[in-house]
Design a binder for this molecule. Structure first.
Ligand SMILES: [Zn+2]
Length: 388
């Protein structure tokens, strides 16, 4: 079946097209352009979104949960709850993100998540659920000094052997590894994970500048929640941040909820990384989309009050949604809606090496679409070409 979407504007996101039309066939984009230039088959179903903006579906490469569930629960029921919440906020695909937990529990979660990724790749679903693309390992290879809320007794030195067990458990469906480059064995593991096509992301780290540069040389090419759980930027000893903010070959993500990073520093970050190097994430946990109270993140209890998630006085994940991160970026950094959307679509797709198929409205790409109002609110989310 052929479906045609019409809207006042469309962001590919590299280009903006006015009075746009997008043609979808069998879950794939068949044509994109100005309405006047496209031939619309008479048998097609036409959906006119009026004054709206069509954009690629958002991609969250760092999310722990939502709607009362943590992705580490692994059951289809809990993933369904999280994935349905995401589509309410324009997200069509994501990387389920683990936290540091006992090895056995981690491996069990990874088995379930690996299967979920595989399932989503073979069965497009009913269009109501965001689709997992691959697991993000946040831990256990993190620095004690910058562990955040990750339990100290469960952190591990970087080990190919443990990474291999985690990889096997997830069936090789691994997208991102967050690692502190200064811990024992890190450079070796960074090289191995990169060789397997995993995006190695530097984070939860107290690294000095030379250690960070050595990690980038070994294959690291991204940074995890920049500024949070990192040695602060010092002008005489810039550390990991000095490398991340200045290296054009390194992309970096950030939590733009106005709590984790001051709005002025979000502006600074976008200037440093540019429209092409900045990636928006949520780091959202199970409390997202729920009232204030006590919730779990991995294996520990987090208190949520007025948008702040805390454990033992430390920030523990967020209740941010990715559409709000886009709007906040417009507000804090003064970027256009088009550029902010790029940071949550094409840029994360490039981080994952999937930019031909995801994060873009172009011929041959998956028909994953977020429909925005001009003010950046989500009107509709389309996963795999299914208009619900
Ligand atoms: Zn996280």
């Amino acid at each position: 079946m052929t479906t045609v979407l019409l809207a006042r504007q469309l962001f590919t996101p590299l280009e903006a097209i006015n009075d746009a039309a997008l043609v979808m066939e069998d879950g794939v984009i068949a044509a994109v352009g100005a309405r006047a230039d496209l031939r619309i088959p008479p048998s097609a179903l036409v959906v006119d979104f009026g004054e709206a903006v069509l954009a690629p579906g958002l991609i969250d490469i760092h999310i722990h949960g939502g709607a009362g569930h943590d992705v580490m629960e692994g059951s289809d029921e809990s993933l369904a709850a999280v994935e349905r919440l995401m589509t309410k906020h324009g997200v069509t695909s994501y990387c389920p993100t683990t936290v540091t937990a006992p090895v056995d529990a981690t491996l069990r979660s990874l088995q379930a998540l690996g299967k979920a990724v595989e399932g989503a790749a073979t069965d497009g679903g009913d269009g109501t659920r965001a689709q997992p693309l691959g697991v993000h390992f946040e831990g256990p290879f993190l620095s004690h000094a910058k562990r955040g809320v990750h339990p100290p007794d469960l952190l591990q030195p970087a080990s190919r052997e443990l990474f291999e067990r985690m990889w096997q458990a997830a069936g090789g469906r691994v997208s991102v590894l967050t690692i502190a480059p200064e811990i024992d064995g890190a450079l070796d593991l960074i090289a191995e994970a990169s060789r397997r096509g995993v995006c190695v992301s530097l984070g939860h780290s107290d690294a000095e500048l030379p250690q960070a540069r050595a990690a980038i040389k070994a294959g690291a090419r991204h940074a995890t929640h920049t500024f949070n759980a990192m040695r602060p930027l010092d002008h005489r000893s810039p550390g990991l941040l000095g490398a991340v903010l200045t290296d054009r070959n390194v992309t970096a993500d950030i939590i733009v909820d106005g709590i984790h990073v001051d709005p002025a520093v979000v502006d600074l970050f976008v200037r440093a990384k540019g429209v092409e190097g900045a990636v928006l994430i949520t780091d959202a946990m199970s409390a997202t989309g729920m009232p204030d109270g006590a919730y779990t993140l991995g294996g520990f209890e987090v208190q949520v009050h007025d948008g702040r998630c805390e454990f033992d006085g430390r920030l523990a994940g967020s209740v941010l949604t990715l559409d709000r991160a886009v709007r906040n970026t417009v507000k804090f950094a003064g970027t256009s809606l088009q550029h902010a959307i790029r940071m949550a679509t094409l840029n994360p797709a490039r981080v994952l090496g999937l930019a031909k198929r995801k994060g873009t409205l172009s011929v041959g790409a998956d028909a994953d679409i977020a429909v925005f109002t001009a003010a950046g609110e989500i009107m509709r989310t389309i996963v795999g070409g299914i208009v619900n």
